[in-house]
Design a binder for this molecule. Structure first.
Ligand code: HPA
Length: 281
């Protein structure tokens, strides 16, 4: 690596360590799992036994969400006795953040000790059998963002230059989620998530293309966080809530308020599954 590259990597690591130190100074809690609560999915909060809540603005270098559905607090506590750290609110590339900024909190949560990442998010369904409110168990992803959070000098302390992505989502955690869904009678459809930049929703031609590429759902988050997590050898569970079904031959205008309400309606089922997985892992 060039001297400049090394300097850049050192500064990036330093920023992560500063954020880690501030969080550490507020609570000694060592999380086993990190949770990213997506659009409309913040209700998991109710189930958390909170030890410390830190607004993103109080953590150095933490990016702040500009979208009003994402509140922007880091919560540390226990979920059914399991120590966790949860992001209430995340930032997206479409807000103007670089993907390195988007994944900064995930990296900090890893440094705090979390070996598992649970990501959730809203998504558009590309399979005609899907219905709004359905939960999708992510079994793979397609990075269609034209960028990666790993571009630039590699942070060797976090992971390798060329991380393996053959198992983006952990099979064992996914099996636990599938078993819990069966037991609880919750419909959970396995699917591939395509990550796009947004913020505009897709045209019918784009939906058709994404479907042809092998995607089952599409959304504007998840993908960078999963890449950063796998870089750091975290085990990832991904569950997305279908908020709108995108049928290119019968297109319907997508309404963001409906998308948020639908995600909220799916939230109790999502919370149930995440709790089941965390207590069984
Ligand atoms: N496309 C992209 N992102 C989304 C969608 C969609 O249709 N629905 C919810 N997030």
């Amino acid at each position: 690596m060039s001297r400049e590259g090394r300097g850049e990597a050192e500064r990036a690591l330093e920023a992560l360590r500063e954020a880690q130190a501030v969080i550490r100074s507020r609570t000694p809690l060592e999380p086993r799992a990190a949770l990213v609560l997506g659009t409309g999915l913040g209700g998991l909060h109710e189930a958390l036994e909170v030890e410390e809540t830190i607004p993103y603005g109080e953590i150095p270098h933490f990016p702040r969400p500009s979208v009003d559905t994402h509140s922007g607090r880091l919560v540390l506590g226990h979920l059914d006795e399991v120590p966790v750290v949860a992001m209430e609110g995340r930032v997206h590339g479409y807000e103007g953040y670089t993907l390195q900024e988007v994944v900064f909190p995930v990296r900090v949560m890893r440094l705090l000790g979390a070996g598992t990442l649970v990501v959730s998010g809203a998504c558009g369904g590309l399979d005609r059998r899907m219905r709004p409110g359905d939960l999708v168990l992510l079994d793979d992803q397609i990075n269609f963002m034209g960028d990666s959070p790993l571009v630039g000098p590699n942070l060797e302390e976090l992971g390798p230059r060329f991380p393996d992505m053959s198992e983006a989502f952990d099979r064992r955690l996914s099996e636990l989620a599938a078993t819990a869904a069966l037991e609880r009678g919750i419909r959970l459809i396995p699917g591939v998530y395509a990550g796009v930049v947004g913020p505009q929703l897709e045209t019918p031609a784009e939906y058709r293309m994404l479907r042809a590429m092998g995607a089952d759902v599409v959304g504007m988050s998840v993908v960078p966080e999963v890449i950063a997590a796998r870089h750091m050898a975290m085990q990832v569970l991904g569950i997305a809530a279908v908020t709108n079904v995108c049928l290119p031959d019968a297109p319907e205008p997508a309404d963001v308020q409906v998308i948020i309400r639908t995600a909220q309606a799916a939230e109790p089922r999502m919370t149930r599954l995440v709790r089941d997985v965390l207590t069984r892992m």
